[in-house]
Design a protein around this ligand. Structure first.
Ligand code: IPE
Ligand code: IPE
Ligand code: MG
Length: 255
């Protein structure tokens, strides 16, 4: 077979191979849209804050289960750039919970070799909250066993706009040519640049949408929508999701 006829020589085929396991096995990168805290609380006649508190517990359990299963990176959608539309009280509850989670968990996460990474812009949070987040990132920066990526004030469209601006600025100074802006260059300008390719994207609570989360990265991810409300999601639920992933056949456009 001549060189031109070999599919593996073509850039699009190489790109597909770089995306992740073809099926079976453990996903390297799992992302979760942790949804349903409010409904969980409402069903129990509790304030929404109680649902968020229980949701933080679920995050602890799921992180542990993911690490035990050999997942390299777990990305959690904790606060979207659209969540500013919520009442101030609820936003304050969520920020308080984030600080509490860091204060309580940082030592253990560090000991377990977990690197904390932030997607989105937490710089606009209160100085105290932003400082705690920065500290957590700095303290765990050299850890290698696993990455916990937390999406805070994150929106995928804005992430893409910022990547376009970064690349356009480099082209304007002549550092790169416009034709150098390819898929790899754009990907390298996203917040997720140093994370493994996204293999599995889970959304809880029965909603079937992405809500501005990892739009680029999800191009060939396996999607899993479950009815479980996030506070009820636990290690067993995560293991069931990993089994579902193992049963999927990924083709990346091939056959
Ligand atoms: C997810 O639960 C938590 C965040 C978005 C921060 P929700 O608060 O969205 O819960 P529901 O969707 O109203 O049940
Ligand atoms: C997505 O959930 C954001 C997070 C889980 C942080 P939302 O509850 O905000 O999404 P919509 O509004 O139902 O799309
Ligand atoms: Mg919701």
């Amino acid at each position: 077979m001549g060189k031109a006829a070999s599919a593996s020589q073509r850039p699009e085929a190489e790109g597909a191979e770089a995306q992740g396991p073809a099926g079976g096995g453990v996903p390297r990168h799992v992302a979760i849209i942790m949804d349903g805290n409010g409904r969980w609380a409402k069903a129990r006649g509790l304030p929404r804050a109680a649902g968020h508190r229980q949701g933080a517990e679920a995050a602890r359990k799921v992180l542990r289960a993911a690490g035990e299963a050999g997942v390299e990176c777990l990305t959690l959608y904790a606060f979207s750039s659209e969540n500013w539309r919520r009442p101030e009280d609820e936003i304050n509850d969520l920020m308080g919970l984030l600080r509490l989670y860091i204060a309580r968990e940082l030592g253990a996460l560090h000991k377990e070799g977990i690197r904390i990474k932030i997607l989105g812009d937490h710089g606009v949070f209160s100085p105290e909250t932003a400082r705690m987040v920065d500290e957590a990132v700095a303290k765990t920066a050299n850890n290698q066993r696993m990455t916990l990526a937390i999406a805070l004030n994150y929106g995928s469209r804005l992430e893409l706009v910022k990547a376009a601006q970064t690349l356009a600025a480099r082209a304007a100074t002549g550092e790169i040519a416009p034709s150098d802006i390819d898929e790899a260059a754009l990907e390298a300008s996203l917040d997720t640049a140093d994370l493994p390719p996204l293999d599995l994207l889970i959304r809880t609570s029965g909603e079937h949408r992405l809500s501005n989360f990892l739009l680029w990265q999800a191009a060939y991810a396996e999607l899993l929508f479950v009815d479980t409300l996030w506070p009820d999601f636990d290690g067993d639920a995560l293991r069931a999701a990993l089994r579902a992933f193992a049963g999927r056949e990924r083709r990346f456009g091939g056959r």
